[in-house]
Write a protein that binds this ligand. Structure first.
Ligand code: ADP
Ligand code: MG
Length: 528
């Protein structure tokens, strides 16, 4: 910060402090007590983030940096945008756990690909789920119909593995725990550049005395590169990339960033269609090319199609089948999407499963070290035991159905209630039980989306780290397999669900510190 700017700022802060001291004394006399009794209030009010001018700037900055979503329903796509919530300053994250998550990502990319090619594994893992879960069944039917004569030019993976830190107190240590592998509609890469610039501004202007060690994050570029590689393999310069989207997309600016970067760096055009529109406009052309109106599609990117509500009629399923039967490279294919179900992940966490797909024992060990306990709820003695455990101690677990996109899991007493409801029904086999992970809380400064009054709130928060992975295979040749940047989503401690889309958590950047310092610093932040 330039000296002149600094002087100007400290003058403004001094004025602000004088106002606050006056408020402090007035508050004390109003409450008829000594000024010391309301001292904490004074301190709270004099923090820089209480200054309305600062708050106004920060809200504006999220918007001008494109960290926004569409706000209102029923209006034209780009007409109303407002901020997505963010953490004003980056949250601390232990360096070695971050490095571990990034190091195992290529292993998980390969695992996803290998499992998606193992008909036996997918069939046996999902057998019982298919009996009661009609959504997974219909997806599986498409996979079965198209798998023999798979036409896709490339297998294309845009994945994200999500992790929380399991904190067992001072004596128990801390470990990285995988919450889930996402193979469909992995999002929020598009905000990385805007978030970087937002956090750089905050740290240079308001937090000069703190050092943030925010790692470079090229998740947007890496995602776009993977699309471009798959597009290139199609060998048709006129071909487009088709984004399959929801009827109404609130998180449209995130998607737009990918679309724009594809054009800027590769001159690739994108189209956006719902499954219902694909049904009306698309056909298979010569050599099973996917043709939408008269445009050939080289790649299809599903930002919808993971939820039953995306398939209100048979038409949408027919559109999915059409896409799946084409030569376009799909992110994801039905097989990749099935690999990403909670049930398949639970099966992969069972003893001996990883070894079937990963030959390097050291890598297996590293990957396995990130697994949390997961339990099948099959109608077997082990399944019955898991049901009993959950009923006795529901707080120890999260109960998950085969759904994506947030808002579907059960926590706390709801685990017991739901388990009572399903325990004697075949439906129970379509759920899995997972050990609940408890990340260490730290103080976070939250800028919430569309508040009535612009203000920032400081409260204990917990974080979930996502590591993106990109993968392209043509025939037996792996053209790309890499960790592809990261995201950090942070939420108040008391919130069970995660996810930016469902409004449970907020965008954040990790500030990496040595693990020894991490615990000391976050404890200090809570006490402050
Ligand atoms: P979805 O596919 O809906 O995103 P997830 O398995 O990722 O499902 O769960 C959604 C959110 O629930 C996560 O982002 C996380 O905040 C929370 N969650 C999921 N599993 C656990 C767990 N084992 N322990 C603690 N929180 C969890
Ligand atoms: Mg998730």
């Amino acid at each position: 910060m330039a000296a002149g700017q600094r002087k100007c700022r400290s003058k403004r802060i001094n004025v602000w402090r004088q106002v606050m001291v006056k408020t402090w004394i007035e508050e004390a006399s109003r409450n008829n007590c000594s000024a010391l009794r309301v001292l904490p209030l004074y301190y709270a009010m004099t923090e820089w983030y209480r200054d309305p001018e600062t708050v106004r700037v920060l809200y504006g900055l999220t918007v001008s940096n494109g960290i926004v979503k569409k706000l209102s329903s029923g209006v034209a796509e780009s007409s109303v945008a407002g901020t997505i919530g963010v953490l004003v300053t980056p949250s601390l994250y232990p360096l070695d756990q971050f490095t571990l998550a990034r190091d195992v990502q290529p292993g998980f990319n390969s695992l996803i690909d290998s499992v998606s090619r193992s008909h036996e594994f997918l069939t046996s893992a999902l057998e019982n789920v298919l009996e009661t879960d009609s959504f997974t069944r219909r997806l599986f039917e498409i996979y079965k119909k198209t798998r023999q004569d798979n036409q896709q030019t490339c297998s294309l993976g845009i994945h994200r593995c999500d992790y929380m830190l399991d904190w067992r107190g001072d004596d128990g240590g801390m470990g990285l725990r995988q919450i889930e592998i996402n193979t469909v509609a992995c999002s929020i890469q598009g905000f990385a550049p805007g978030l970087k610039s937002f956090h750089e501004y905050v740290s240079s202007r308001y937090a000069e005395n703190e050092t943030f060690n925010v790692p470079q994050n090229l998740c947007l570029e890496a995602t776009v590169d993977a699309f471009a590689i798959a597009w290139n393999e199609f060998k048709n310069e006129e071909a487009a990339i088709l984004f399959v989207v929801e009827e109404e997309t609130f998180n449209m600016y995130d998607q737009l960033a990918i679309e724009v970067d594809l054009w800027k760096r590769y001159s690739i055009k994108c189209l956006r269609r719902t499954l219902s529109q694909v049904h009306g406009e698309a056909r298979l052309g010569p050599g099973r090319q996917l043709i939408l109106l008269d445009i050939v599609c080289a790649v299809v990117y599903f930002r919808a199609g993971y939820s039953p509500s995306d398939y209100p009629t048979d038409k949408e399923w027919e559109a999915r089948l059409l896409i799946e039967s084409s030569t376009a490279s799909l992110s994801p294919s039905a097989a990749y999407q099935l690999m990403g179900t909670k049930k398949v992940q639970q099966c992969l966490a069972s003893p001996g499963a990883l070894e079937q797909f990963v030959s390097d024992p050291k890598l297996v060990k590293k990957m396995r070290s990130t697994f949390a306990g997961q339990y099948a709820l099959d109608k077997t003695p082990e399944g019955d035991r898991a049901v009993e455990l959950a009923l006795q101690d529901p707080d120890r677990f999260v109960l998950k159905p085969q759904r994506e996109g947030g808002g579907n899991n059960y926590y706390g007493n709801d685990v017991r209630v739901k388990m009572e409801e399903i325990r004697d029904t075949p439906e129970r086999e379509a759920y899995i039980l997972m050990d609940r992970v408890h990340p260490p809380p730290q103080m976070g400064l939250i800028l919430r989306p569309h508040p009535r009054v612009l203000e920032l709130e400081r409260e204990p928060v917990i974080s979930e780290l996502g590591i993106y992975g990109t993968y392209v295979r043509r025939g037996e040749k792996v053209v790309l397999n890499t960790a592809a940047g990261h995201c950090l989503r942070t939420k108040p401690v008391a919130v069970n669900e995660g996810g930016i889309g469902v409004g449970a958590s907020y965008l954040d950047s990790p500030s990496l510190v040595a693990t020894e310092d991490f615990i000391r610093k976050i404890k200090h932040s809570i006490i402050m």
